[in-house]
Design a protein around this ligand. Structure first.
Ligand code: DCP
Ligand code: MG
Length: 402
């Protein structure tokens, strides 16, 4: 099997670079995007800033008031999301000139699998350089690119020599490349996991790679196994283009008021998982990959995915994965939106096993919903503490679920 050639492309100081491009008088100046459009400098957080501003210690998510203290001479601009979205589509379009396998993961970054483009377009390193040149020619902006045999390594590589970087990690050197880096750089290691690992004396990816995965079974469960594999540079996750991604089912919820209440967050996530599971069962399919979408009060949006050992249509199993993903991305900030989707969909009814394998509680939910509508039956744990719910109904719900 030929090694895969995966690119991770990430635009440099994206919003700020767009502003500098459109107003050349700002080139070379510290530009901070995220100011309150009403002109007040005391409110809001920094979305991003130019590399000139980073030298003053300004960075994404810093309160504008603090940025102003660090860098009073900076140029403070309100974000123009419509413009950035437009430029983002141009960038993604350029990427599709190189392969159909483009997986955007945020407004300014994407994975590309160019393994199959070699014959037409040349060696992957050449493709990476040509891609950077095309992005610059079309948008007048610079991108940093990582090239490696996996998503994990490509993503870390693109970040190593920003701005305008190109870092190639040759096959066979992945583990050595990762070893000196802090575990935090691994996908799926958030503050919680980092803490558990620190308690075991694990600071670098190399420490983790050298570990017997069984040692992580207790603190981290099956997630521990995955982490050790990742630390050794083993990551088989495929680049999933948007066309493939359409084969997914998901639900999301925007909170009326941003919230940090962990009960509310947990219950919402559970309800979303139940809704997705219900849809899967309705379509007689099961999902193998669970993706969490998470947006915080600063509009920072993250997606994280986990692949299950086997495809499922059970709300509980989706929730177990979604909750673990959530705990890894959730920090101090209030949450604005949560979403859950299932992908990697397969036929759940092959061999007529669907009916037999659907869990009794889920089957009951489907039956009641089919008869009385979507709101008829909600898990007790979703209802509990919900405003204005009727305690009698709540007890009834609980009984039904048992
Ligand atoms: N963004 C945001 N809030 C954050 C982080 C990022 O609104 N807390 C927005 C602004 C960024 C864009 O998303 O321009 C892309 O995020 P990146 O993390 O890729 O940051 P940049 O592209 O700005 O800089 P870098 O050169 O480090 O990639
Ligand atoms: Mg970027």
């Amino acid at each position: 099997m030929t090694a895969r050639a995966i690119l991770h492309v990430d635009m440099d100081a994206f919003y700020a670079a767009v502003e500098q491009r459109d107003r050349p008088e700002l080139l070379g100046l510290p530009v901070i995007v995220g100011a309150d459009p009403k002109g007040g400098r005391g409110r809001g957080v920094v979305a991003t800033c130019s590399y000139e501003a980073r030298r003053f210690g300004v960075h994404s998510a810093l309160p504008i008031s603090q940025a102003f203290r660090l860098c009073p001479q900076g140029v403070y601009l309100p974000p123009d999301m419509e413009k950035y979205a437009r430029v983002s589509s141009e960038v993604m379009e350029v990427m599709r000139e190189f392969t159909d396998l483009v997986e955007p993961i945020s407004i300014d970054e994407a994975f590309l699998d160019v393994t199959g483009s070699r014959r037409a377009l040349g060696e992957p390193q050449r493709i990476a350089r040509d891609l950077k040149d095309r992005v610059r020619a079309v948008t007048s902006l610079t991108a940093s690119v990582g090239l490696a045999s996996s998503k994990l390594v490509a993503k870390i590589a693109s970040d190593m020599r920003k701005p305008d970087g190109l870092v190639v990690v040759p096959r066979g050197t992945e583990a050595a490349f990762l070893a000196p880096l802090p575990v935090r750089r691994l996908w799926g290691v958030g503050p919680k996991t980092e803490e558990s690992l620190a308690r075991l004396g694990i600071a670098t990816i190399g420490d983790l790679a050298a570990l017997d995965p069984e040692k992580l079974a207790r603190p981290l469960g099956t997630h521990g196994h995955d982490l050790v594999r990742l630390a050794r540079g083993l990551d088989e996750r495929a680049v999933v283009s948007e066309a493939d991604d359409a084969k997914s089912m998901g639900h999301e919820h925007t909170f009326a008021v941003d919230t940090a209440n962990s009960d509310v967050l947990r219950r919402t996530l559970l309800a979303l998982c139940d809704a997705v599971a219900g849809r899967l069962r309705g379509h007689r399919v099961r999902g193998r990959t669970v993706t969490l979408k998470y947006r915080d009060e600063t509009f920072r949006t993250l997606t994280r995915a986990r692949t299950l050992p086997e495809a499922t249509d059970a709300g509980d199993l989706l929730f177990a994965a979604a909750w673990a993903l959530f705990q890894d991305v959730h920090g101090e900030r209030r949450v604005r939106l949560l979403g859950v989707s299932a992908s990697g969909l397969g036929d759940g009814d092959q061999l007529g096993m669907f009916a037999a394998e659907t869990r009794p509680a889920d089957r009951l939910r489907d039956t009641v919903r089919a008869r009385f509508g979507d709101g008829a039956l909600v898990r007790a744990s979703v209802l509990e503490g919900a405003k204005g719910d009727d305690p009698a109904e709540r007890r009834g719900t609980r009984r039904l679920l048992r």
